[in-house]
Design a protein around this ligand. Structure first.
Ligand SMILES: *Cc1c(COP(=O)(O)O)cnc(C)c1O
Length: 383
């Protein structure tokens, strides 16, 4: 009874593509060494700077977000180096695995999933490990919907050590405040398929002067992900290898959309969607994973209950054309995650909450229809 192509994609990546971006990506192919392509690379890199809060070059890699994570590791550390990794969920765990694979001596700061890392926790961890070369952290931990207090964590890292601060911002840069230079972050990375409203395939990396010095003296073998090569090429308005040109066309249009709204308004829209989602979920009596303080503006995680089996619920929602994500690792089957980043606005949240209510009713979960929607509407109406 429903249309196959009219679904609501609310996973925390990939995220929906705006029609004008989809259209831009259909432009006829051009040579990647052409002046047209060079202008797009040069201008896009500049236009990404305010989104990262940096005056540094924003390097454009063709690859998924993990390629940027890997570049941040292989370019800065060597086998045997001591590093710290803040692990608040599956993506912190990925940084830990990556650094282990590159032979680092890894000190994990494991935080219970669903909580954020506090500055005090990082401080006492670093006092035990003052000689680490780099500290890896996740801004939005997508697996739990937690936003780590990255400004404060970066400050502690600077106060306690000389280590590089390296931040995975894949599921939030472009939707939340990011002042890389002012906060003393050395490397920040993101990917195209989250807040930046593109298909997967581009990754973005910004690097501080301090980090460039480390990178230039780091002997760890690397080729495709050698950041110095990207920097050198960007100086010549190009990339070292063939970029995903269609995605670059899309990126140009994404930047038009973000600039037309203004980054402050983009940030405010994401906060509003977070608050609407949380009010709606609460009104339905479902337990939220993150506290209000720790919640991310880009993704909301919700526990199942004795009545609500999350995989049944996801399936029912999917049959009603709403896609949400499940849990990762040990949270599989325990939680579901509603993505609300990028091409998403308050009216979309109402549709998700409304569909969720009907899905719960279908599953014979006691729910009063309209209660969640009303709570979300009240949040919106206060703006
Ligand atoms: C999505 C995501 C990544 C990258 O994943 P890819 O599948 O490689 O694009 C990395 N970190 C976080 C926090 C993410 O949400």
């Amino acid at each position: 009874m429903l249309f196959k192509d009219k679904f609501r994609l609310h996973t925390p990546g990939p995220t929906p593509i705006p029609p004008s971006v989809q259209h831009a990506m259909n432009r006829p192919m051009i040579g990647h060494r052409s002046s047209t392509c060079s202008a797009i690379i040069q201008e896009s890199s500049k236009r990404l700077q305010p989104i990262f809060g940096t005056k540094q070059d924003v390097l454009i890699i063709t690859g998924s977000g993990t390629s940027a994570l890997e570049s941040a590791v292989s370019n800065t550390v060597q086998a045997g180096d001591e590093v710290s990794v803040v692990v608040t969920g599956a993506f912190g765990d990925r940084f830990a695995k990556l650094t282990e694979r590159f032979g680092c001596h890894v000190h994990r700061l494991d935080i219970p999933w669903g909580e954020r890392c506090t500055p005090e926790e990082l401080k006492s961890h670093l006092r035990q490990h003052p000689d680490v070369k780099a500290i890896f952290m996740t801004y939005c931990e997508t697996s739990t919907g937690v936003l780590n207090p990255i400004e404060e964590l970066a400050r502690v890292a600077r106060e306690e050590t000389d280590a590089l601060t390296i931040v995975d911002g894949v599921s939030c840069i472009g939707a939340v405040p990011m002042e890389m230079d002012a906060w003393g972050i050395d490397i920040a990375v993101t990917g195209s398929q989250k807040a930046l409203m593109l298909p997967a395939g581009l990754a973005f990396v910004a690097v501080s002067e301090r980090a460039w010095q480390v990178i230039e003296n780091n002997a760890t073998p690397r080729f495709y992900l050698d950041l110095s090569a990207y920097r050198k090429s960007l100086g010549k308005q190009t990339t070292p290898y063939t970029p995903a040109v269609s995605l670059l066309f899309g990126l140009e249009e994404v930047l038009n959309l973000i600039e037309a709204q203004g980054m402050d308004n983009v940030i405010a829209r994401h906060r509003l969607m977070m608050e609407m989602t949380r009010a709606g979920i609460r009104a339905l009596g479902l337990p939220l994973v993150a506290t209000d303080e720790a919640a991310s503006p880009t993704v909301t995680s919700v526990y199942g209950t004795n009545d609500v089996h999350v995989e049944d619920l996801r399936q029912t929602l999917s049959a009603m054309n709403v896609t949400v994500a499940g849990g990762q690792q040990h949270l599989k089957g325990q939680i579901f995650r509603i993505g609300h980043m990028g091409y998403c606005e308050p009216g979309d949240i109402l549709a998700v909450i409304a569909t969720l209510e009907v899905a719960l009713k279908t599953l014979n979960v006691p729910v009063s229809l309209g209660r969640g929607v009303q709570a979300a509407e009240e949040v919106w109406a206060r703006v």
